[in-house]
Ligand binder design. Structure first.
Ligand SMILES: *Cc1c(COP(=O)(O)O)cnc(C)c1O
Length: 384
């Protein structure tokens, strides 16, 4: 009975694609301990370094004391505690939308939103490099999926032209692409959505807290209040866990009634919500945190280029494309030997032949740490 699974795992090992989970002991936003050695974390999405901010830690603890450790049920069944409503109002305001809804993860927000809004009579236009949770949402919806080449609005226009005007349509894109760090051309995508009568949805998982003064992709392009659905996560720059959708009241009411990942799952705990709410308030009131991130992004791009490694200062995601799995594992391993965590990203997360080290910098890294990483990355790459 187990032979099939064992064989599948063997195949993963042979193609240098076998994955395991390592246990680290976090000590602050950028350092972890493993086997009594301290490692520098260059692989998290904790962009603003907020996970150890004492104000957010206190908010989480206060929420637990006030409202308990668990929420006890799905919100439609057992109701909701006040922090939830407060967070949804804050997200709507932050995203310049009418309304907002919290999901348990960004993954569940994508799957639950796309599968609720689209059905077998809809067509979804999806960027070729969209996140797996968008792809899974598209599949679950049973809609026809038309994938356009990465950020290629001409290709998208061509596809839109071949579809009748009254078919229900959704254009969906990552705002900041998770494995490449580039930004979707949301201004043109938005124009196309109006011209062809399509809903437009942007996934701000890596954009919230990171671009548009922290407000995300719509703000970055001056599209405040225009994009139909802005989706994101509380788990990356906001340092908590959870997902959200910011949209019109109609869309949010619709999701409350039709989105299965919202309806059939127990609500997040008070600690998660308390932490996210305080993090969101901090981003709005303490612009220094965002500025520190932007400074570090610019500094890291410069430092990489000094070592002859190609880099742009668009976002905190630095894809160091190596090529094959064996080489990328060798680079990742030598970084590890230098006490740097730079995870090897391999297929199916990225296309075959584009395996990479995905380095991320946060507001909490120091310039010395960034210099150190760039120097040892250069060394690791020259050894393959
Ligand atoms: C991480 C990520 C998600 C999923 O968010 P989680 O809260 O981690 O489930 C969704 N979309 C994109 C683009 C992501 O990078």
């Amino acid at each position: 009975m187990y032979e099939y699974f064992q064989q599948q795992l063997k195949d993963k090992e042979i193609s240098h694609n076998f994955r395991t989970i390592k246990e680290y002991h976090p000590i602050d936003a950028v350092s972890v301990v493993y086997d009594d050695r301290e490692y520098l974390m260059m692989a998290s999405n904790n962009y603003l370094g907020l996970t150890f901010d004492s104000r957010i830690q206190s908010a989480a603890m206060e929420a637990v004391q006030k409202y308990g450790t668990g929420s006890g049920g799905a919100r439609l069944v057992s109701g909701t505690f006040p922090l939830f409503t407060e967070l949804e109002r804050a997200i709507a305001k932050f995203k310049h939308s009418e309304s907002a809804l919290i999901f348990n993860t960004g993954y569940m927000a994508n799957v639950g939103t796309i599968s609720a809004l689209c059905d077998k009579n809809s067509i979804i236009f999806s960027d070729a490099l969209n996140h797996a949770s968008i792809i899974d949402g598209c599949r679950l919806s049973k809609a026809a999926i038309q994938t356009y080449r990465h950020c290629d609005t001409e290709h998208l226009t061509y596809l839109l032209n071949n579809v009748s005007k009254d078919t229900r349509k959704l254009i969906v894109t990552d705002g900041v692409f998770s494995m490449d760090g580039d930004i979707a051309p949301l201004d043109t995508l938005y124009e196309l959505s109006r011209e062809y009568n399509a809903l437009i949805m942007v996934d701000d998982a890596h954009a919230t807290g990171v671009i548009g003064e922290g407000h995300g992709t719509s703000a970055h392009f001056g599209l405040d209040g225009l994009v139909d659905i802005q989706l994101g996560t509380l788990s990356k720059a906001l340092g908590s866990v959870g997902g959200y959708v910011a949209a019109s009241k109609v869309i949010v009411d619709y999701l409350v009634n039709f989105s299965r990942s919202f309806i059939f799952s127990t609500a997040l705990s008070p600690a998660d919500i308390g932490a996210a709410l305080t993090a969101l308030n901090l981003i709005e009131t303490d612009i220094d945190i965002y500025e520190r991130l932007r400074d570090n992004v610019a500094y890291m791009a410069r430092a990489l280029r000094i070592f002859g490694i190609e880099a742009t200062d668009t976002t905190p995601i630095f894809p160091i494309i190596i090529g094959n799995n064996e080489d990328v594992l060798a680079v990742s391993h030598s970084l590890w030997e230098s006490c740097i965590i730079g995870t090897a990203i391999r297929p199916p997360t990225v296309p075959v032949g584009e395996s990479r080290i995905r380095l991320t910098v946060t507001a909490a890294h120091t310039r010395e740490q960034i210099d150190y990483v760039c120097r040892y990355l250069k060394q690791a790459m020259s050894n393959i």
